[in-house]
Design a protein around this ligand. Structure first.
Ligand code: ZN
Length: 245
């Protein structure tokens, strides 16, 4: 198998507006995520909100195996036409890894069918992420748990459908808990939601976070099966006896 073609999508607005965020992610959050993936197994490209068609043309998506999504303050500016295009690609097998505040992106909400709302607090508190599916490929190389010294808190209740597989659960210093690593399948596509990654913290440089994202991209890789045939199936596989309708 060749390298997986991963497109990292970032809203890429806040880094341009805020010196504080730029000091953490000088080249944008997408570049830090891409660096973390590395080029051994992946062919990485980038797309941002302000690119034409948000960088997600038909052709680009056709040539993407796994799309990684980070956004937080301009979800409403993502055109519905592009959201529908991404949605269709997911149903046809493209993997999707949604990070942090991407929980409120149009594409994630459309795929989940729920509000995807949650509790949050910006207090730079400690987060401890516990592995709750030790045999899962997404947590290969991760210990029983890992910690992030300072993160934004996301807390339950998180209004998502029950995940097909729950891989990570977070505990926060302030007492809240959260389902931090959630697997879904929609059509032929696999979706992973991964919680950490607030823009003022250097989370995407953390080795454990990078390992999870790398593993998730591999897990979400498309299979090569044909898309199922739907609709009228007029010709039976065997003759149907005793019916002349
Ligand atoms: Zn955040």
């Amino acid at each position: 198998m060749g390298k997986l073609r991963v497109t990292v999508w970032n809203e890429f607005r806040h880094e341009k507006e805020s010196e504080t965020i730029r000091s953490v992610y000088p080249n944008g959050i997408h570049q830090a995520i891409g660096e973390g993936l590395g080029t051994t197994d992946f062919e990485i490209s980038y797309a941002t909100l302000d690119d034409p068609e948000h960088g997600l043309s038909e052709e680009k998506l056709q040539n993407t195996d796994v799309l990684i999504w980070w956004g937080h303050k301009a979800h409403g500016e993502v055109q519905d036409e592009i959201v529908n295009r991404v949605y269709d690609r997911v149903l046809h097998g493209m993997g999707l890894v949604v990070l942090h505040s991407g929980h409120f992106s149009k594409i994630f909400k459309k795929l989940m069918g729920t509000s995807c709302d949650l509790k949050w607090r910006e207090a730079g508190e400690k987060e401890r992420l516990w592995v709750v599916a030790p045999g899962h490929p997404i947590v290969e190389g991760i210990g029983e748990f890992f910690e992030l010294e300072h993160e934004e808190m996301y807390g339950e209740h998180f209004d998502i459908p029950q995940p097909d597989e729950l891989v990570l659960v977070s505990w926060f210093e302030g007492g809240n808990v959260f389902r931090s690593g959630c697997c879904y399948s929609r059509g032929q596509g696999k979706i992973f939601y991964f919680r950490p990654g607030h823009e003022t913290h250097p989370t995407y440089y953390n080795e454990n976070v990078r390992t999870v994202i790398r593993n998730a991209a591999k897990w979400a890789a498309p299979t090569t099966r044909d898309y199922p045939k739907y609709g009228k199936a007029a010709t039976p596989l065997e003759p149907i006896k005793g019916y002349n309708g």
